[in-house]
Design a protein around this ligand. Structure first.
Ligand code: BTN
Length: 278
């Protein structure tokens, strides 16, 4: 691979240099060369500071390597010291818990549009929040809530991007790719992180206005790779197939099956293409 624009290491000052003045996301960055999981670390921070008010909003935990990266549905997330972006953003909105899962859709929109802008690659979103290029996954998002018993919950949005990785373990080779592999050159991770934070905060403000996805639904659906496609929905109770129509204003996937339109709520459900991952 031709690695032009060798971009080097993660650098807090370089990330902050990209942030639009006034943006609070990433105004504090906790960097670790190695950590178990940035989501776990964010939750440890929240637990340490519980009862001190909402003073961690916007803090970003960022690591060069995770030794115990976690994915959705209890899966592991491979996150070696090889040019990935492993980061978790803490949000402390005054929002009821049932609204918070929609933030994962907001995050996916921010990551997808930032990847497009920064790399020029044609990335898409696989519901609810995987970012896909050419049928393979480049990014996953794990949203977790903490402090549920103390009023409105704190949110941790964990974002894992295969940025400059050139290799994957055998079991991921068919389903995963990286931005560098797709582009044929390394990308500048600091700039991409800064752009994601800027965009995420913008979309987040739009989301807060309506407390649903009404302002963001059209843009999300424009990039929804499943839209109009046959999908297989894997639930704990069994599986069925149908056509993915789009999302509603709560981020629920609408699938037209033989029994009519079914509403798929993220969480314990996997959605796959009929012949593979997408
Ligand atoms: C998925 O697609 O299953 C979600 C993957 C989320 C991975 C990120 S990497 C940063 C953060 N820390 C973790 O342990 N997981 C998330």
């Amino acid at each position: 691979m031709n690695y032009m624009n060798e971009s080097g290491k993660l650098n807090i000052e370089d990330i902050k240099g990209v942030l639009i003045p006034g943006v609070s996301f990433g105004s504090k960055i906790n960097f670790h060369d190695q950590i178990d999981s940035t989501n776990t670390e964010a939750k440890r921070l929240l637990a340490e500071h519980r009862g001190e008010g909402k003073n961690l909003h916007g803090i970003l935990v960022l690591a060069e390597e995770q030794t115990n990266g976690r994915g959705r549905l209890g899966r592991d997330w491979s996150s070696p010291h090889e040019g990935g972006i492993w980061m978790s953003l803490v949000l402390q909105p005054e929002l009821p818990a049932q609204i918070c899962p929609m933030l994962t859709i907001v995050a996916a929109l921010a990551v997808n549009s930032s990847i497009r802008e920064h790399t020029g690659l044609s990335s898409f979103i696989k519901w609810p929040n995987d970012i896909i290029i050419d049928g393979r996954k480049v990014c996953g998002i794990l949203t977790e809530m903490a402090g549920l018993s103390q009023g409105t919950p704190d949110i941790v949005i964990g974002i894992g991007i295969n940025a400059n990785r050139s290799e994957f373990p055998e079991e991921l080779r068919d389903s995963a790719t990286s931005l560098a592999l797709e582009k044929g050159e390394k990308i500048n991770r600091n700039v991409l992180i800064g752009k994601i934070l800027n965009r995420f905060e913008g979309y987040y403000q739009q989301f807060l206005r309506s407390r649903d996805l009404s302002e963001l639904k059209a843009e999300y659906e424009e990039f929804l790779v499943n839209r109009g496609k046959q999908v297989r929905v894997l639930e704990r109770e069994g599986e069925y197939t149908g056509t993915a129509l789009g999302i509603n204003e709560q981020g629920v996937l609408l699938v037209e099956s033989k029994e009519g339109i079914r509403e798929i709520i993220s969480g314990e459900v996997s959605v796959r293409g009929l012949y593979g991952y997408v």
